[in-house]
Design a protein around this ligand. Structure first.
Ligand SMILES: NC(=O)c1ccc[n+]([C@@H]2O[C@H](COP(=O)([O-])OP(=O)(O)OC[C@H]3O[C@@H](n4cnc5c(N)ncnc54)[C@H](O)[C@@H]3O)[C@@H](O)[C@H]2O)c1
Ligand SMILES: [Zn+2]
Length: 357
């Protein structure tokens, strides 16, 4: 284990362990307990057995449950599958649920952990880059309903996050690159020198070079941890983590299922937000060029789609969860590393920005 990032949330504080390899030391009680290990059908055959052995080496007794891979499993049906597996394995208030996988499994298993017996402890073992830098940290759990993504959920912090960078080696390149979009996001919203670091290490990052990746994942987790510590329940500054997401979600929803991965849509959304920022907040053109250039180097999209898509995208933005009192609000950048949230934007600027892509 090479790096530890702490999320400081009083009695809900926890450690994020990041390195090549995993250590579950000191997470479970010394006299053992029961653990339900949850993975999806892609991750379980690749990493389930080894993770199970590592857990058992800590003296816990492990039951495994596998859910079908893919976003549709973030459902009430699969929550029920997990409740039944937990009950059949006789999990009690002293037991743990361990989520091994990407954000889908983390959100699903986290929600089950938050609600089974009114909440049992829960450990995130993220296996996608997106899960390592984003979804496993910060305590948001949830499932989808036909009426909306993440419509039902709970804020529920894990007891620990254990990220094994080696597990990324089996991840498809497209999924990996999609996670890089969130990495770029942290540079833009919080830390200009980190943004410059990502630029200088772009090739090494694309090649998943372990030492570079470790430092970058750790810095992303530090930033997310800092933001979450200031605003655990998203009543204020945590909104900055949604940079690029208003447009990104709209693009994801209108383009049709599967056309854009989340990070790809967010990349296009960040390019949109950065362009809007030039108009509305004086974000320097030169910095806009750097953002767009970096996303392109990663092979991420920086433009939306066809001009005729605008009405549908605009409408999808209007139904964004973050719309308050009917006004669409954006996270906009004043400069690299410095953003403001809750910015209303003139209607004309929105369409002009879209058309200028
Ligand atoms: N809770 C939060 O704060 C938060 C934040 C961002 C996203 N999310 C949620 O996260 C989900 C997206 O997460 P994701 O991108 O990790 O998707 P995912 O969990 O669906 O994983 C993507 C794909 O990669 C596969 N996979 C995972 N790890 C692998 C590995 N090591 N090797 C090979 N294949 C692997 C999965 O089986 C899946 O097919 C969405 O449901 C989103 O709502 C939550
Ligand atoms: Zn995101």
């Amino acid at each position: 284990m090479s790096r530890i990032v702490r999320v400081e949330l009083g009695e809900r504080s926890y450690e994020i362990r990041i390195g090549a390899g995993r250590s579950f030391e000191r997470i479970f009680p010394e006299n053992g307990c029961r653990v339900l290990l949850v993975a999806d059908s892609n991750v379980d055959p690749l990493h389930g057995e080894r993770c199970c052995e590592e857990l058992e080496a800590c003296g816990v007794s492990v039951e495994r449950v596998v859910v079908p891979a893919g976003e549709p499993s973030k459902s009430l049906d699969q929550v029920a599958v997990l409740y039944d597996a937990a009950a059949n394995a006789r999990l009690d208030r002293g037991s743990f649920i361990v989520a091994l996988g990407g954000g889908m499994v983390g959100d699903l298993a986290g929600y089950a952990a938050a609600t089974y017996m009114r909440g049992i402890r829960f450990v995130q073992v993220p296996t996608t880059l997106l899960a390592m830098v984003d979804s496993s940290v910060g305590g948001k759990t949830g499932i989808n309903r036909p009426q909306g993504k993440n419509l039902v959920g709970a804020f529920y912090q894990p007891a620990a996050v254990v990220a094994d960078l080696d597990s990324l080696l089996t991840l498809e390149q497209r999924e990996y690159v999609s996670g890089l979009a969130e990495v770029v996001k942290y540079g833009v919203i919080w830390d200009a020198s980190f943004f410059a670091h990502i630029e200088s290490q772009a090739a090494a990052l694309l090649g998943r070079e372990p030492a570079v990746l470790e430092a970058v994942v750790a810095r992303c987790c530090e930033i997310k941890a800092e933001v979450v510590a200031m605003d655990e329940r998203e009543s204020g500054v945590r909104a900055i983590l949604n940079f690029g997401h208003t447009f990104g979600h709209a693009l994801e929803n209108t383009a049709g299922y599967g056309r854009f991965l989340h990070g790809e849509a967010v990349a296009a959304g960040m390019a949109f937000a950065a362009k809007l920022s030039v108009r509305a907040k004086g974000f320097p053109e030169e910095q806009l060029r750097r953002v767009v250039e970096l996303l392109r180097r990663f092979g991420l999209p920086t433009g939306a789609a066809d001009a005729e898509d605008w009405p549908a995208i605009r409408q999808a933005m209007a139904s964004d969860k973050k719309v308050r009192d009917g006004t669409l609000r954006f996270v906009l950048a004043q400069g690299l590393g410095s953003v403001v949230f809750g910015c209303p934007v003139e209607e004309g600027s929105l369409e002009a920005t879209f058309r200028a892509q």
